[in-house]
Every structure is written in structure tokens, then in C-alpha cells.
Design a protein around this ligand. Structure first.
Ligand SMILES: CC(C)(COP(=O)(O)OP(=O)(O)OC[C@H]1O[C@@H](n2cnc3c(N)ncnc32)[C@H](O)[C@@H]1OP(=O)(O)O)[C@@H](O)C(=O)NCCC(=O)NCCS
Length: 148
């Protein structure tokens, strides 16, 4: 059965919880300091998913002129498959539109089928590939775009 959650703007007090999600979900996580600096930097906007007062997912987007660049969307493994990633991504899309973006871009590991399926479900298409872009392990990056 689906769980109840809400997606809202991230607050400074969410930083520790978001950092834990980064650590759980990525082999090369953002440091707490990088997250904190990005959080305080206006072109960035972060959203969190909250379930019973716990932060269980988050996503971030960086606005450059008329383009939104998604940094990450991540959901704690035990909460996946409940529509949380989809809800965070839609929040990012709505936010980017409201900021006047005409396009959203992102990159992801070539083997990341769950994320690719999520982005395709929301209308993103593959527009390129950066060979050996990622480390730990080395892997190609797939570039995806969505026109708003
Ligand atoms: C990618 C991720 C954010 C998806 O979050 P989630 O909350 O589990 O996703 P949702 O439940 O909202 O699923 C939405 C859609 O994503 C796709 N999807 C999600 N998990 C999937 C899986 N394991 N296999 C295939 N497709 C999957 C499906 O299209 C799904 O739609 P459907 O339920 O109608 O089939 C999550 O797997 C995650 O945190 N992964 C680790 C971090 C990461 O790799 N982030 C992306 C890099 S930027």
C-alpha cells in the first residue's frame, strides 16, 4: 500500500537528513559542506519528501538563465517504489516552469535503469552521452533533456 508523504521546500534544519540520504544513495556523495553551500546559494532550489516527520527523499535543481539543471533526486532505499521520486521530480518541473525555464537537463549513470525510467516517465529524452564521466566506478553519463 502506498505511504503518505509530502514534498516541500528544504529547510536548513533538513541538511543532516539530506546528507544521510546522499551517503546512502551515491558512491560519491556530496559533502555536507557542499550541500550546505549549495543550499545557501540562490540559483539552487532543493525539495524534500517528508514521511511521518522523517526526510525520506530529496532533489535539487540549479537554474541557469532559462534552463534548470537537476543535480540529484534520491529516495532512501526502504521508501522506494512509493511514487516519492516521481513527486519530487514533478515538484522540480513545476518550480522550473514557474522560474521561467524552457528546458530541464540532467545526467545520470548509464546503468541507472530506475532513474532513467523515472525521467522517461516524466518526458525526458536522451540527448547525448559523456564517455567515462563518472568515477567509483568509471561509467558513461547519459544526458537527458525535457522541454517545458
Ligand atoms: C531513481 C529513484 C529516485 C526513484 O525513486 P522512487 O521513489 O523509487 O520512484 P517512484 O516510486 O516515484 O517511481 C516512479 C517511476 O520511476 C521508475 N522506477 C522507479 N523504480 C524503478 C525500478 N526499480 N525499476 C524500473 N523503473 C523504476 C518507474 O517508471 C516508476 O513509475 P511506475 O511506478 O509507474 O512504474 C530511486 O531509485 C533512487 O533514489 N535511486 C538512487 C539514487 C539515484 O540513482 N538517483 C538518480 C540519479 S540523479
Amino acid at each position: 500500500m502506498a505511504i503518505d508523504f509530502t514534498v516541500r521546500h528544504m529547510k536548513k534544519s533538513d541538511l543532516d537528513a539530506v546528507f544521510l540520504i546522499e551517503e546512502e544513495c551515491f558512491s560519491v556523495p556530496w559533502s555536507k559542506r557542499s550541500l550546505s553551500e549549495a543550499f545557501s546559494h540562490t540559483p539552487w532550489q532543493f525539495f524534500v519528501a517528508e514521511h511521518e516527520k522523517n526526510i525520506v527523499g530529496y532533489g535539487g535543481v540549479y537554474m541557469i538563465l532559462d534552463e534548470g539543471q537537476i543535480s540529484n533526486i534520491a529516495v532512501l532505499s526502504s521508501f522506494r517504489g512509493n511514487g516519492i521520486g516521481f513527486a519530487i521530480l514533478n515538484k522540480i518541473i513545476d518550480h522550473s516552469k514557474a522560474q521561467g525555464a524552457v528546458r530541464i537537463t540532467l545526467e545520470l549513470r548509464e546503468s541507472n535503469n530506475p532513474a532513467r525510467a523515472l525521467y522517461e516517465k516524466c518526458g525526458f529524452i536522451q540527448v547525448g552521452c559523456r564517455p567515462n564521466y563518472y568515477t567509483h566506478p568509471v561509467e558513461n553519463a547519459i544526458l537527458m533533456d525535457k522541454n517545458l
